[in-house]
Design a protein around this ligand. Structure first.
Ligand code: TYD
Length: 205
């Protein structure tokens, strides 16, 4: 299998972490080299984003969207662990959130068109081979967040989860040239993992 760039999307609490770990184990067992990464990143740009998500630093929605854009450009282009570098060296990259998150989250609070154009036309930002959207009832996500965390980030309230899910589904319709797989992720982790694996295998046909 050629190295792939696969991204996972979903509302907070949709189980991306579990599915990413199951997929990477499965692909590794088949001999693939895998690198798992996430946005916001661990680079300095990711730190700026997290200060705002945690409520420490207030920023306008457009400022936040710009920081996510910068973080993504760094993520793709870093000469050592950047996504481009990894793909060029034969490694499959699995990323927890990518520009579809900016479209759904920042697209609610500032110009969606500007957020989409700036990301999709940025020469440093790669187009994924596959986007897997884990679709789970926001109420289930809310319960998972409730049981797993002491405090909530700005997007983790139930009303926000419902709005974000709607926005994701609206945005996906605007991207017919993207390979987006919306998976019903209300089953067991194993059932979902099998559906995820099928979607990835279909890229090889
Ligand atoms: P984090 O707790 O780091 O990860 P996750 O919830 O995915 O396990 O939170 C990331 C938050 O950042 C999440 O609420 C979505 C938000 N986000 C955006 O608003 N725009 C973006 O472009 C990205 C990548 C994330």
């Amino acid at each position: 299998m050629k190295p792939l760039f696969i991204v996972f999307e979903g509302t907070d609490g949709s189980g991306k972490g579990t599915q990413i770990s199951l997929l990477s184990k499965r692909l590794e067992a088949n001999g693939a080299r895998i690198f798992v990464t996430a946005e916001p990143t661990q680079f300095a740009t990711g730190g700026l984003v997290r200060d705002t998500l945690g409520g420490m630093t207030k920023r306008t929605p457009a400022e936040l969207a710009t920081l996510f854009l910068a973080d993504r450009a760094v993520h793709c282009s870093n000469p050592v662990v950047g996504i481009k570098k990894l793909l060029d060296s034969g490694v499959t990259v699995i990323c927890d959130r990518y520009y579809y998150s900016s479209f759904a989250y920042q697209g609610m609070d500032t110009s969606l068109k500007w957020v989409m154009d700036s990301n999709l036309n940025c020469p440093d930002i790669l187009k994924p081979d596959l986007c897997i959207y884990l679709d789970v009832d926001p109420k289930v996500c809310d319960q998972r967040i409730q049981s797993g965390r002491a405090s909530r980030e700005i997007y983790e309230k139930l009303e926000s989860l419902e709005r974000i899910r709607q926005k994701y589904l609206e945005v996906f319709k605007l991207l017919p040239d993207h390979n987006i797989k919306i998976l019903d992720a209300s089953g067991t982790p194993e059932e979902i993992s099998t559906a995820v694996y099928e979607a990835v295998k279909s890229l090889d046909k």
